[in-house]
Design a protein around this ligand. Structure first.
Ligand code: AMP
Ligand code: MG
Length: 417
């Protein structure tokens, strides 16, 4: 309904409504090298026994264990079995074949002896027994049986999973693709960094922070040009953003100011947009809509609000689209180092650092002024402390839930695609 008043919702209600409208993206076939971090959407089974044939676990000699029941024996060396070749020479009594690790066991031989434990001269090799049947032989099918299930849908494709897929001969895997996310900022006051500011203008920072958040959350961002507060241009920009995207994320233009035209533009395109006032700080205004089947999340314009809004609402959507369970972040609990006053009916996401305490566990300290336009509070933050609704003041020492913001978890930064 155009012009209808915004609804008040709790954070949980807003997130539920959003998640009720999105699902995992349709699986596609992805080449192994591009599948790292994606979620598997099929059952992977072993197509063959693995190993496919008995083979030697060592570099050495393929022998008959019966020849080497005890004592030292001299065997005739018939030749060599290389890895990747099958020898047609059978090993008879008193005979041996040189064999490489992974070389198929020749017929007649039932054990392999490490080269370090042998002495070869003039076509004969001296070996000390006893050698047991099957010693140093990897049996066909000992690692995997044909048809054995290896990985199930929902499995995150880590390096071992990719190696395993290759082991069973798979060059492609059916996976949920990376969500394609159009990122766009709106506002007449915005100027791209690198251009001198005129009076009243500010640099567009949200597009860059959101693009980076999307990428690190496993999405494929497409940052679009800033859209001015003009209906026709907004309309065209939103239509372009939705084309070829799985999700559109906008910042600004969703509060109730008279120049906030995003809803009007979307409705003119045949889409729908709900404007919500979410009982949270930072980031009260939030919009959720659909345009031609593509969900759109409108985050507030204030830089901290848009980043926190991403953590709370966009990240779970990206996770669900990618086939993960949609929990936002690893959750932990910690105690506040200081008292914090807050509006009773709002859930506050306080930007905090973890302070090492000499007498106990880490404590949460605010990263200075918490204004929703003060991006420094985010720059310093290691966690978001979740200060629950229903309380007007949190006391020092009170325990609260925290969302870890560590994007790299000690890993080097990923390369740009
Ligand atoms: P709005 O949501 O349009 O009312 O904007 C709220 C505040 O956020 C205003 O001070 C805007 O100038 C600022 N803002 C909006 N969009 C951006 C952006 N892309 N980058 C940095 N600041 C922004
Ligand atoms: Mg604005």
């Amino acid at each position: 309904m155009p012009g209808s008043p915004a609804h008040f919702l709790s954070v949980d209600e807003a997130l539920d409504r959003i998640l009720g409208r999105v699902g995992a993206l349709q699986p596609v076939s992805v080449p192994l090298p591009e599948a790292l971090g994606l979620v598997l959407a099929e059952e992977v089974r072993s197509s063959e026994d693995h190993p496919g044939f008995d083979n030697s676990a060592v570099d050495g000699y393929a022998v008959r264990s019966r020849d080497l029941a005890e004592g030292e024996v001299l065997l005739e060396v018939l030749g060599e079995v290389y890895a990747g070749r099958v020898s047609r020479i059978p090993v008879g009594p008193g005979q041996a074949l040189r064999i490489a690790t992974g070389g198929p066991m020749p017929s007649g031989a039932d054990a392999a002896v490490m080269v370090e434990e042998t002495w070869e001269q003039d076509g004969r090799v001296r070996i000390r027994g006893p050698i047991l049947p099957g010693q140093n032989v990897r049996r066909a099918g000992e690692a995997l049986r044909k048809g054995q299930p290896i990985m199930s849908p929902g499995r995150v494709l880590d390096p071992a999973a990719l190696g395993m897929a290759a082991t069973v001969g798979r060059a492609f895997l059916r996976c949920h693709p990376r969500p394609r996310v159009a990122v766009l900022s709106t506002g007449d006051e915005l100027v791209e960094p690198g251009i001198p500011l005129e009076p009243g203008q500010v640099y567009n920072s949200n597009s860059y922070a959101l693009e980076a958040l999307v990428r690190l959350a496993g999405g494929q961002p497409r940052r679009l040009e800033v859209l001015p507060d003009r209906l026709e241009v907004l309309q065209e920009g939103l239509a372009q953003a939705a084309a070829g995207a799985d999700l559109v994320v906008t910042s600004a233009g969703v509060s109730m100011g008279e120049r906030d035209l995003v809803r009007t533009a979307l409705e003119a395109l045949g889409g729908e947009l709900d404007l919500w006032k979410v009982r949270m700080r930072p980031g009260k205004p939030l919009a959720f809509g659909m345009l031609g089947g593509v969900p759109m999340i409108g985050l507030p314009g204030n830089p901290v609000s848009s980043m926190v809004g991403f953590e709370v609402f966009v990240r779970p959507v990206l996770l669900r689209m990618a086939g993960h369970p949609p929990q936002a972040r690893p959750r932990h609990r910690a105690r506040l180092a200081e008292a914090v006053d807050k509006p009773r009916d709002l859930r506050v996401f306080a930007r905090c650092i973890l302070e090492e305490a000499s007498d106990g566990p880490v404590r949460l300290r605010l990263t200075g002024p918490q204004g929703s336009g003060i991006l420094l509070s985010m720059l310093e933050a290691e966690v978001l402390a979740v200060l629950p609704e229903g309380k007007a003041r949190m006391e020092a020492g009170e325990e609260v839930e925290v969302l870890l913001l560590d994007h790299f978890q000690g890993r080097p930064m990923p390369a740009n695609p």
